[in-house]
Design a protein around this ligand. Structure first.
Ligand code: PBG
Length: 336
């Protein structure tokens, strides 16, 4: 035996590399897998027809009119993607101080849901009830004297949620971080006979710079007055995020979401461990754009990092991921 090596006897008996020695072995011991069933595809909707309008800050992502969105969602469904999440870019003339268009039964978001559920009934439709696409100031709630008023906003989003469910939404996803909203939406949905409509709470939504490209996509970046620090969670706070999620669980959330994703994997893990609810991460616009931009410059292997980041969400305890890469991933997985 060659005694010149420094690896000691104990190490010699515990060689991690034995389980990594061949592809078949690595497949055998793989702990987590990404499948098409893990994907939720967020899409942007504009009024009109025949429109596919590329978003400059999100290469590969476009705003679509309802007809085009229906075609795209059909393709997503054929690829096996279980659900989509819709975000409207509504006309500036329809935006006002209170986001009143959110309470119009056939507004853009509800028309989209109805059209998708009619043409592609087997895909899940997740709608957001935050007011930011509808307000003239870009905030998620009603702004009065410089303050985002909690309870009045909750009353309004409950009514909006019921209308979204009336239009056919399968899951309501409140992203505006008002206190008490999950319980209020649950009661509102139940009172309207929507017991089977679920709630995916954006339980831990952080006040993040990663949302930049999204705000361009729905044209709120130029509107936003101030910041969202009085209702989103500080990136510094993990325990507070768990406490906030606990309230949503008590109030009846069916699923929890962590947003943004990659910089918050510890929070994904903590809330999955704490509550055991189906837990999702939102790989948000800025995360997508970083990967795209670096890949377009030839600085990283974009496809590889797309797959790696999504798999890491699974390792961190997530049951699925909202990602703008959903179609690319589904196509790649279908090829095998
Ligand atoms: C707001 C909302 C945001 C996103 C979706 N809904 C954040 C914000 O603008 O503050 C971000 C999604 C993304 O960045 O991909 N209710």
């Amino acid at each position: 035996m060659d005694k010149t090596h420094l690896v000691d006897e104990i190490t010699g008996h515990r060689r991690m590399r034995r389980n990594r020695k061949a592809d078949w072995m690595r497949r055998l011991v793989q702990e987590n897998r990404l499948t098409v069933d893990d994907l939720i595809w967020p899409i942007f909707i504009v009024p009109g027809s025949g429109i596919v309008d590329p978003i400059a800050a999100m290469p590969g992502v476009s705003r679509m009119s309802i007809d085009k969105a229906v075609e795209a969602v059909k393709e997503a469904s054929d690829l096996g993607i279980p659900a989509i999440a819709t975000f409207p870019d509504i006309e500036m003339e329809l935006r006002d101080e209170t986001g009143s268009n959110s309470l119009v039964a056939n507004n853009l978001i509800n028309q989209t849901t109805a059209a998708i559920k009619k043409a592609v009934p087997n895909i899940g439709v997740i709608t957001d009830v935050a007011l930011d696409p509808f307000t003239s100031h870009g905030h998620d709630g009603i702004l009065r004297d410089g303050v985002i008023v909690n309870d009045e906003t909750v009353d309004q989003i409950v009514r909006a949620a019921v209308m979204q469910a009336d239009a056919g939404a399968d899951i309501i996803a409140p992203s505006e971080m008002m206190d008490g909203r999950v319980g209020a939406i649950r009661r509102g949905l139940d009172a309207a006979g929507h017991q089977n409509v679920g709630i995916m709470s954006y339980a831990t939504k952080f006040s993040s710079g990663f949302y930049g490209p999204y705000r361009e996509a729905i044209n709120t970046s130029g509107l936003l007055k101030g910041d969202k620090n009085s209702y989103y969670i500080s990136p510094a706070n993990g325990t507070e995020a768990v406490r906030d999620a606990a309230l949503d669980v008590e109030e009846g959330a069916d699923m929890l979401m962590v947003k943004p994703g990659l910089a918050y994997l510890d929070v994904c893990w903590r809330i999955k461990e704490a509550f055991g609810l189906p837990t999702f991460a939102y790989q948000v616009s800025g995360e997508y754009t970083q990967i795209k931009a670096a890949a377009m410059n030839g600085w990283i292997d974009g496809e590889r990092i797309m797959m790696e980041t999504l798999l890491c969400f699974k390792r961190a305890g997530c049951d699925g991921i909202l990602t703008y890469f959903a179609m690319d991933v589904a196509k790649k997985l279908a090829k095998g």
